[in-house]
Ligand binder design. Structure first.
Ligand code: EPS
Length: 417
């Protein structure tokens, strides 16, 4: 056996230590497998997990006009497998599973182990057939090439946005950490296809309360109704729709993140997290796109001092130099229309390479409201991760004390929440 070098155990220790110092998570599972699992490491002990909010966030992810009938089969719920006791985190990794109720309808077609032809014949033919018609715009084709898979179903099962159910559960727990230091994160829909709401720089956390009465997740009721009509028309046309979602985080102190490197800049992490959501294609922080067309004198948010530093405007979207600057964080994310069309696009089959029509499956006309809930979750994770790195703490009380000490040291005058 090869002798271990001195460096190996030290490097392993560093990784383990880093895992405890920062937050990290991984998910596992497929859309129609038994469930989606998440393991979230690095949450301090003593965080009260708000069970109602966790459940509410999972339900919000399933709602929204334009979702597929799949959502009437599922009632997502997170079963906690480890890392908590009596409603509080205990310092170890939190593991959870969101079960797929639809799994029961797939039987042998979704078995992890080899199955016989007879077993396969027991389930409906539509569920057993090998998929050889990759969808344009989907992970299908590159996935089968990359992993040398014989069946597009092996790709689409993992590429499905069903995976985001577990990410929403992770995000809900990160919101519990953020609550302890007065940070809240809110997502809404600002565009569906050709229908957009007027930009509103002055939104406060309270303005998001109306969303429980909306069908598509738009704060303005009239625009929400227009979005419903836009989705109805797309559905009639057997087409799909994308849109733009926006997430705002209130209460972030200046200094989360750092100046240089992809690993430390919070704007880079947030943009990466946003694009890690299935079907997202562009990210804007603050007035990023418009600012590129203006002069500096019209772009930068001027500073003044009134019991602490403040800005009257927030065109930077709360992030400067890779760090939060104390203003609300504002992130907009563009979602493409989903690639599963009821009137399929042209493709070529994997076996004969003959021209064909792409896979037609039950799908959403749009999942834009769900995307806003998922974006809230991944941004909550990034903010909690940055807060854990800034304030440390094995116990949430230590983290809160470090946060309070920091606020008493810096000359910052927070905007009203
Ligand atoms: C989803 C479940 C899936 C899709 C959707 C998201 O269910 P099914 O494939 O059984 O209809 O509705 O997946 C996608 C958008 C995608 O791109 O794969 C869910 O629970 O969010």
């Amino acid at each position: 056996m090869r002798a271990r070098s001195q460096a190996e155990p030290k490097a392993a220790c560093r990784d383990t230590l880093w895992e405890q110092m920062t937050l990290s998570f991984v998910t596992s599972g497929q859309s129609h497998g038994p469930g989606i699992v998440a393991i979230l490491s690095g949450l301090p002990a003593g965080i009260h997990v708000d069970r109602d909010r966790l459940q509410r966030d999972l339900a919000r992810r399933q709602a929204g006009y334009g979702r597929s009938p799949r959502q009437s089969i599922e009632t997502d719920e997170a079963t906690i497998l480890g890392g908590m006791r009596h409603g509080r985190t205990i310092g170890g990794p939190v593991s959870l599973i969101v079960e797929n109720r639809d799994h029961a309808n797939w039987g042998a077609a979704q078995s992890a182990w080899a199955v016989t032809e007879e077993e396969l014949a027991e389930v409906a033919a539509r569920r057993t057939r090998t998929v050889v018609v990759p969808r344009p715009g989907h992970a299908d084709l590159s996935g089968v090439m990359k992993y040398e898979l014989p069946d597009v179903r092996d790709v689409l099962e993992r590429a499905s946005a069903r995976e985001t159910s577990a990410r929403v559960a992770v995000g809900a727990m990160c919101k519990d950490l953020l609550d302890a230091i007065g940070i809240s994160v809110h997502g809404h829909v600002v565009r569906v296809g050709s229908v957009a709401t007027a930009p509103n720089a002055a939104l406060t956390a309270k303005d998001f309360d109306v969303l429980s009465d909306r069908q598509v997740g738009c704060i303005d009721a009239d625009t929400d109704a227009k979005m419903v009509a836009e989705i109805e028309q797309a559905k009639k046309d057997q087409d799909t729709l994308g849109g733009i979602i926006e997430v705002r985080a209130f209460g972030c102190p200046p200094g989360l993140g750092s100046y240089a490197s992809e690993e430390l800049r919070l704007d880079a992490r947030i943009a990466g997290a946003a694009l890690s959501i299935q079907a997202m294609k562009a990210v804007e922080i603050g007035e990023g796109w418009e600012n590129a067309t203006l002069r500096g004198s019209k772009v930068h948010d001027e500073l003044h001092y009134d019991n602490g530093y403040r800005r009257e405007t927030n065109r930077a979207g709360g992030l400067e130099g890779g760090m939060t600057n104390g203003e609300p964080v504002i992130v907009r994310i563009a979602m493409k229309p989903l690639p599963t069309l009821m009137k399929p696009l042209k493709t070529a089959t994997l076996d004969t390479h003959e021209p064909a029509e792409a896979l037609v499956e039950r799908s959403d006309t749009t999942a834009i409201w769900a995307a806003a809930v998922v974006a809230e979750a991944v941004i909550a994770f990034e903010l909690a991760r940055a807060a854990k790195e800034k304030f440390g703490g094995d116990a949430i009380g230590d983290l809160v004390a470090a946060h309070q000490h920091y606020l008493s040291r810096i000359p910052w005058s927070p905007a009203a929440p």
